[in-house]
Ligand binder design. Sequence first.
Ligand code: AMP
Ligand code: TRP
Length: 340
Amino acid sequence: MGIKADRRLRVFSGIQFSGTLHIGNYLGAIRQWVAVQVECENYFCIVDMHAITIPQDPVLLRRKTRELAALYLACGLDPLQSTIFVQSHVRAHAECCWILNCVTPVGWLERMTQYKAKSQAQESVLAGLLDYPVLQAADILLYDSDQVPVGEDQKQHVELARDIAQRFNRIYGETFVVPEPVLPKSGARIRALNDPEHKMAKSQAHIAGHAVCLVDEPDAIRRTVRRAVTDTGREIAFGDAPEKAGVNNLLEIYELFTGQERAAIEAHFAGQGYAALKRDVAEAIIEGLRPIRERYARLIEDHAELDRLLALGAARARAVAEPKVEEVKHKVGFLSGDEG
Ligand code: AMP
Ligand code: TRP
């Protein structure tokens, strides 16, 4: 794209706050974001405007918004390196969404698999639910984002954002960077502890034994790991045999939290039983999550500090999004409301 200036790579992602974040989200996604935040220019948005496309309790919505913000900060996203902000704090998202609505055929939206799945579960489908991916396109395009790290299920929405950007650029001239979806590298695919055939999932995280959540207490973590499904064998080694998926998953979690080499880990567990494996994995998780849990506990108590950090994020997001939406409004032919 010709309009990309010589600048740091821009990364944008948004988080839907259904369910509780677990160690799979941390090891598979958030840790990578933390790792790249120095090199890239990052925008992490808490998408409260998307959240209300499904009816929400207002008191709970406010609480969940702060909880997610606290969790991101607790995981190490640094508000000085990354812009962490709440979508509704930046008016440009709604403004840009409206304009993009007026270049997006309804047929494109009706084809979205997430819309089809979510609308089937509703008695009456809200216009906002159909429009959800256009708001998502506005989120991404307002920041001239180059990359959008998302899970597989969001790839279609990012591709739609590309289609909308290209269509707008064709009609009104080069305006938007066409973004790329970036899917998590394979490997960090943490499996459910109670069912190693399937991945650990946010929607199942409330089921006892399924997941370790980021803010679980040490005793709860020990209980969950102790009941993890393994196999009837004895061997503790890395490997991809289907019947060893449970043991391999525990070893990978141990590896990711301790940073030790595989050979050293296998030597450590040589001659030990599954009870010892589970004990040590639980302690490795507890140690790895300790700073997150401690920071989270502090942050979530201090609403004033959290709100201050979100206000800082919103100001930085506005500094990028507002001039962009002004450019977009000018391109479509709106008069500037400014004097002179
Ligand atoms: P989700 O919880 O499906 O909304 O995913 C949020 C982010 O966490 C995405 O980037 C996923 O790829 C990642 N993620 C979710 N579950 C896992 C898992 N079990 N193992 C590794 N990464 C995961
Ligand atoms: N739809 C995304 C999800 O369900 C959340 C989201 C909203 C998002 N806006 C975004 C993701 C922009 C990436 C970029 O998780």
